[in-house]
Design a protein around this ligand. Structure first.
Ligand code: SF4
Length: 192
C-alpha cells in the first residue's frame, strides 16, 4: 500500500461527512488487492461488516465468494467495497445524500486502483453511479463504458439469498464479466 492509499484510508476513518458516522462500530473502506482487474461495489456495510470493519463478510459475502469462485477468482484477486463506508441503521439502503457524501471516497479508490472492469452489486450501487432512474431488473447485464472503465450491474448477493430464482440471471452476468476479463488478459502486453 502506498502513501496515497494510506492517506485515503485515514481520511475515511476520520470522516464525519454524513450522519451515518454516528453509531457505527467500524468504518468499512473495503478490501482486496489494489492491483486488480475487477472491482466490486455493493450498497453498504451490514451488521457483521460493521463489527469486523470488512466488506462482504456475512452470508451475502459468503455467497459472493462462491460467485467469484465460479468465474475462477478468489477474493484476493478483486477489490470489494461499497457505496457508503458506514453502516446505515437497520441495514436500510443509503439515502441519496449519504451516497453522494461518500462517493468522493469511492472515486478516489477507483482512481488509485484503475480497475478496467467494475461490477455494481444491486440497485443502490447502480443508481448512485449510473443514475437514479436506473432499475436493476432492466439494466443488469449491460456493459456501460465510462471514463475508461467497463461497468456492469447485477443483483446484490443479498437479493439472491432472498430470491434464488434470480441466481440464473446473475450467473449470466458473471459469465459476461468472466469473458470480458479473459479478453483483457489476452490483449498484447496485458500483465498478470
Ligand atoms: S458514510 Fe462515507 S461520507 Fe458518511 S460518514 Fe461514513 S465515510 Fe463519511
Amino acid at each position: 500500500m502506498d502513501s496515497a492509499w494510506s492517506a485515503l484510508n485515514a481520511d475515511i476513518q476520520a470522516c464525519q461527512r454524513c450522519a451515518l458516522a454516528r453509531g457505527i462500530t467500524n468504518k468499512v473502506p473495503g478490501q482486496g488487492s489494489v492491483a486488480v482487474r475487477l472491482m466490486l461495489i455493493g450498497e453498504g456495510p451490514g451488521q457483521q461488516e460493521d463489527a469486523q470493519g470488512l466488506a462482504f463478510v456475512g452470508p451475502a459475502g459468503q455467497l459472493l465468494t462462491r460467485m467469484l469462485a465460479a468465474i475462477n477468482l478468489n477474493r484476493d484477486e478483486v477489490f470489494i467495497t461499497n457505496i457508503v463506508k458506514c453502516r446505515p441503521p437497520n441495514n436500510r439502503a443509503p439515502l441519496p445524500e449519504e451516497a453522494q457524501a461518500c462517493l468522493p471516497f469511492l472515486r478516489a479508490q477507483t482512481r488509485l486502483i484503475r480497475p478496467p472492469v467494475i461490477l455494481l452489486l444491486g440497485a443502490s450501487a447502480l443508481r448512485a453511479l449510473l443514475g437514479e432512474d436506473k432499475r436493476i431488473t432492466t439494466f443488469r447485464g449491460q456493459w456501460v463504458e465510462r471514463k475508461g472503465f467497463s461497468l456492469m450491474a447485477t443483483f446484490h448477493p443479498a437479493a439472491l439469498l432472498r430470491d434464488p430464482d434470480k441466481k440464473r440471471l446473475a450467473w449470466q452476468d458473471l459469465q459476461l464479466v468472466r469473458d470480458r476479463l479473459a479478453q483483457l488478459a489476452a490483449r498484447p502486453g496485458a500483465g498478470g
